[in-house]
Design a protein around this ligand. Structure first.
Ligand code: ADP
Ligand code: MG
Length: 702
């Protein structure tokens, strides 16, 4: 790829707006645009025309098949490929694709998680075309982004509720904007840019570790003598093989129209990050799924394994996915842009207050939206945001809020010009706010950055909650001022409402250090949630206030939310179950092989010395053997306990009780077992172990 060819290859595998404009008959193009922009129903004759044009375009790009591409509740993507062939009866074939095939698919839904939604006899499911996310070519197939639902119409995927939440927000925001005098606005969309963290590990090393292969994270392993403390990896020079991987990845993503923008090394050794330019939420969610898939695929070509797990290694940073979120109008305004005078920008203040109220009212749901067995290892540890949801607004906005609270005039601080002290350097003005790295939900200039999502998570989940909670808070503001719309006292009333709201939700704003113990205490005093694990958090999903929220905005029916509740719990328990089995097997087979081999070598050496020198000169050997023996004993009882507890836990039938036991009993057993294993491993030379150690994994993946 040369730099001049980038504009040419960008989006070259995408049936995007440009292709549609060029190839569709004018009336058809307009009809599709109307569907995309207004969410209106697409007529079958329009679909037929689009399908025919899409097929020809796909054939030109080498596709022989098409697939409805969807996002079941596994959090992964699913696809089933059908060829375009249609036998002509005389031994030949035509390449055929109808409007019906474009708009609707009928995959067997029985093998996807449904949380009991769908009895096995009702196996039928439907996929429905999402025309607002463009189709694309991959691996010789035409991919059609779709939503996935059951025979009776319940959502079985992550896209359907995301689209519903975007519609809810659109309606609420437009109504409020009209009240604020922005009559020209017809639609408001949410925009998302998701920064993606990942690890690249040498493929050969990766393959030698059962825990990485089966669980995506290491279950045992002594820390390497070096970690991230030298701060020499973050933003460091890219190693040649990594640079080549990133170059290739960019090219693949650009071909798919995914606006990959920034790439750099992250904090932990062998950890990296990619950030795209933001897009409309549902497209961003589709693109993030594709990005994760491409990362794995391209890594494989470069003899790397790409780890997307939230906590692949103990003792160094885990991986997250920052969800940058904002609102933009069809007239091109970013509604979270404070402008030059935020204190007089009533639209901005309304949107800001709605966000503050939304996050405070539904902090439990925000936490749940990022809960997973993997992410639980990260949240609350001293690296990622804590499990407590709070908001950071920065100094400038804090002063605006204080002015609102106290009915005083706000005076902006003059922008400071930076003087770096050498005349050759350019001067520029200082940003009004510094960054706060420890806040889970931070205002960053003209958007909010939600930092709790885990690296492997589908961003649909947090965005469903954010959009819905925001729509709800905005409706609440609207209801309080609606009788004054168009009247002279409207602004006064609105300001008073915002002031009341601020008082009510002040507790969620925290501009200090989110990692400190003092904050945990302070948050408790403020009555904020501190939901440390998925089993602790999940019961709130079905709390009354939350059910009401979902039903009111038509995001989930009660049945749908209960099904999700089951799916999350089941996924959590299964994940830890597999981890526990893998750990016990790995300790018994791989680790013990190394341990015995080394003990043997040390004992043989001690015996040899004693035989030759006829006196006990094997003090060092004795010491090693004694110490290893001590660990062996603990490891033996540890494995026994883990296996016995697993048998007990397996018998629990209630899904919440089961998840709780996996958390309280099994994870604890695993922690207890890991300690002596890691201590012993630190004494055993690498050559005796049948799997690579942390030093190799983190520092030799070059
Ligand atoms: P920062 O350096 O503060 O993290 P960047 O400009 O580097 O900000 O953006 C980080 C991410 O935020 C990128 O993915 C970017 O596309 C996204 N982003 C920027 N503006 C918006 C917006 N208005 N809405 C959603 N995401 C945005
Ligand atoms: Mg960020």
């Amino acid at each position: 790829m040369s730099s001049t060819s980038v504009p040419e290859i960008y989006g070259s595998l995408v049936f995007n707006d440009k292709v549609m404009r060029e190839r569709l008959p004018k009336a058809t193009y307009k009809a599709v645009q109307k569907t995309i922009q207004n969410g209106t129903h697409l007529e079958l004759d329009v679909a037929n025309t689009v399908a025919a044009v899409m097929k020809n375009w796909a054939l030109e790009h080498g596709a022989t098949h098409f697939t409805h591409w969807f996002q079941p509740m596994t959090g992964l993507t699913a696809e089933k490929h059908d060829s375009f062939i249609s036998p002509t009866g005389d031994g030949g074939v035509l390449m055929d694709f109808s409007g019906k095939e474009l708009v609707k698919g009928e995959p067997d839904a029985s093998s996807f998680p449904s949380g009991g939604l769908r009895a096995t006899f009702e196996a039928r499911g439907y996929t429905a075309w999402d025309p607002s996310s463009p189709a694309f070519i991959k691996d010789g197939s035409l991919y059609i982004p779709t939503a996935f639902c059951s025979y009776s119409g319940e959502a079985l995927d992550k896209k359907t509720p995301l689209l519903r939440s975007m519609e809810a927000l659109d309606e609420s925001a437009v109504r409020m904007l009209h009240a604020l005098g922005h009559e020209e606005v017809k639609h408001v969309q949410t925009t998302v840019g998701s920064e993606q963290e990942y690890f690249l590990i040498d493929k050969e090393l990766y393959k030698d570790r059962e825990d990485l292969l089966l669980c995506g994270r290491t279950l045992i392993g002594a820390n390497a003598p070096k970690g991230q403390e030298m701060e020499d990896h973050y933003f460091g020079v890219l190693r040649p093989r990594v640079a080549e991987f990133m170059h290739d990845l960019d090219e693949e993503l650009w071909k798919l129209g995914i606006p990959a923008k920034t790439k750099h090394n992250e904090v932990a050794p062998s950890q990296h990050e990619l950030a795209p330019v933001f897009e409309t939420s549902n497209v961003a969610a589709d693109h993030n799924q594709l990005t994760m898939e491409m990362m794995k695929k391209v890594a494989d070509r470069h003899n790397f394994a790409c780890l997307l797990h939230e906590k692949p290694f103990e003792g160094v940073n885990g991986s997250g996915k920052h969800n940058n979120w904002s609102l933009s109008t069809d007239t091109g305004e970013n509604l979270l842009n404070p402008g030059k005078e935020p204190e007089n920008n009533l639209t901005f203040l309304t949107m800001l207050m709605a966000t503050i109220a939304a996050v405070d009212n539904y902090a439990d749901l925000m936490r749940i939206s990022v809960a997973s067995a993997g992410n639980d290892h990260r949240l609350g540890a001293n690296e990622a945001p804590p499990a407590i949801v709070s908001m950071y607004v920065g100094d400038e906005l804090e002063r605006v809020l204080e002015a609102i609270e106290t009915d005083t005039a706000f005076s902006a601080t003059a922008k400071k010009t930076m003087d770096i002290g050498a005349h050759v350097l350019p001067t520029f003005s200082q940003d009004n706010t510094d960054r706060n790295r420890t806040s889970p939900f931070a205002f960053t200039g003209n958007k909010f950055e939600f930092r709790m999502p885990g690296s492997s998570l589908s961003i649909a989940d947090p965005n469903i909650i954010l959009n819905t909670a925001f729509a709800d808070a905005l409706d609440d503001i609207y209801d309080k001022v609606k009788e004054f719309i168009g009247k002279p006292e409207f602004e006064t009333r609105l300001r008073a409402t915002l002031k009341d709201l601020l008082k009510e939700h002040r507790r969620i704003i925290f501009n200090g250090n989110g990692y400190s113990d003092a904050w945990v205490k302070e948050a408790e005093k403020r009555g904020l949630y501190n939901l440390k694990s998925l089993p602790e958090a999940l019961p709130y999903l079905v709390a009354d206030k939350n059910m009401k929220l979902f039903e009111k905005h038509h995001i989930f029916t009660e049945t749908e939310i209960r099904s999700r509740y089951e799916v999350y719990l089941e996924n959590y328990s299964k994940t830890i179950h597999i981890e526990a089995l893998t750990m016990s097997e790995m300790v018994k087979k791989d680790f013990t092989t190394g341990l015995i081999a080394y003990e043997n070598a040390v004992a043989t050496e001690a015996a040899r010395k004693n035989a030759v020198l006829k006196e006990s000169v094997s003090k060092l050997e004795e010491k090693i053997l004694k110490e290893l023996d001590g660990y062996s004993e603990k490891i033996g009882t540890g494995v026994e306990k883990l296996e016995k507890d697993l048998k007990k836990v397996e018998k629990i039938t209630d899904s919440l009780e089961l998840a709780k036991s996996y958390h309280d009993v099994i994870l604890k057993d695993m922690d207890d077992l890991r300690k002596p294993v890691d201590a012993a491993e630190a004494m055993i030379p690498e050559t005796y172990l049948p799997y690579p150690t942390y030093s190799k994994l983190l520092f030799a993946s070059r």
